[in-house]
Design a protein around this ligand. Structure first.
Ligand SMILES: [Ca+2]
Length: 349
């Protein structure tokens, strides 16, 4: 699966919403009863006006800049708690509960008296809010972090054994992204080593620095390190995760193909709230020694074991623990008879 950058889709959405707002007269121009002569035709369907933010899922991570009683910046995690309702919280779990409707209006659902946040979506990726918290008031701007889709893993639900064939040397580029705009601040070539141990993925750089995450699925790794110990357990360091960077980390790795991996790490310094600084790093990596098409176990050749592994995992989708990227020869993210046929064809070739 190749993911388009989030902001690109969002820009399209903004354009579509803009066009829609510019052309409401078109829907109204359709006559309710078109001339039908002697034929008794059904009346044409009149388009209903669609709220401009209907269908927008604000879950994920946002960059937050605020001013008022205090000022600062931080990552905000937007966790969907029920349809249309979110918990907006900083990395340590401090936040407010809000509802967002299809018009983009954000209203407080905060049960703590006096606390809350109200505002609106300016676009699917941009919100403004007025907060009240602990007797202080703030005005906020929130920008959705580029390359963070709504299904970005904000919590580890059920770790699974990792794909051991991912272990080894990977090469690519790491891009330093502006937290606010996604603008590229710098890009360097990078070599990393991946190690898989049980349910953990360890990413080590040549200087010895490292990040460790947990497999939520065989193609999805959750990074979450928080120096504080929040009362809300969802915001604590995931057991087994870690980093040598000395900062808090929210991130993910996605296996996009048998030789292709993407890692997004959102870093935040452990300073007092208001003094924290953010940093977004995106790794685009390729295996140094490409895994051969059909080589499921990664031993460097096609053999009966590879075919047997595919056969044993028939029906597994990407979210299933039995899935391995090397089994998916047709690239549809599910293991089917088509993959077996593709394997047979590759073995005959
Ligand atoms: Ca093999």
């Amino acid at each position: 699966m190749t993911r388009a950058p989030r902001w690109r889709g969002a820009s399209v959405a903004v354009v579509l919403v803009t066009l829609w707002l510019a052309c409401p007269a078109q829907a109204q121009a359709v006559p309710r009863h078109a001339p039908s002569g002697d034929l008794d035709l059904p009346a044409p369907v009149v388009e209903q006006e669609r709220p401009p933010f209907a269908g927008v899922d604000p879950s994920g991570v946002w960059f937050h800049a605020w001013s008022g009683s205090t000022a600062g910046t931080g990552w905000v995690l937007a966790l969907a708690e029920e349809p249309g309702a979110l918990y907006l919280a900083d990395v340590r779990g401090e936040g407010v509960r809000v509802a967002i409707d299809g018009q983009g209006v954000i209203t407080s659902r905060e049960p703590v008296p006096g606390d809350g946040a109200d505002g609106r979506l300016v676009s699917p990726d941009h919100a403004v809010l007025d907060w009240r918290k602990h007797g202080l008031t703030f005005s906020s701007m929130l920008m959705r972090v580029p390359f963070v889709p709504p299904d970005f893993p904000l919590a580890l639900e059920s770790p699974c054994a990792g794909d051991e064939t991912l272990a080894g040397a990977w090469r690519g580029v790491v891009t330093d992204l502006s937290p606010t705009t996604g603008e590229v601040l710098g890009r360097i070539e990078v070599e990393v080593r991946l190690s898989v141990g049980g349910d953990t993925l360890l990413l080590t750089r040549p200087d010895g620095s490292w990040d460790r995450g947990l497999f939520e699925t065989p193609t999805r790794v959750v990074f979450r390190v928080c120096d504080a110990i929040p009362a809300d357990e969802r915001f604590r360091t995931v057991t087994g995760a870690g980093t040598s960077r000395g900062v808090d980390v929210v991130g993910e790795a996605r296996v996009l193909g048998r030789n292709l991996l993407e890692v997004l790490l959102l870093l935040q310094t452990r300073d007092e709230v208001g003094d924290q600084r953010q940093h977004a790093l995106r790794y685009e990596l390729r295996r140094a020694d490409a895994l051969q098409y059909g080589d499921v176990d990664g031993d460097g050749r096609l053999g009966d074991i590879d075919r047997g592994l595919i056969e044993a995992a028939l029906g597994a989708t990407e979210a299933d623990d039995a899935f391995r990227i090397g089994m998916d020869l047709t690239g549809d993210r599910v293991v089917t008879e088509d993959d077996l046929q593709a394997w047979d064809a590759a073995d005959d070739a």
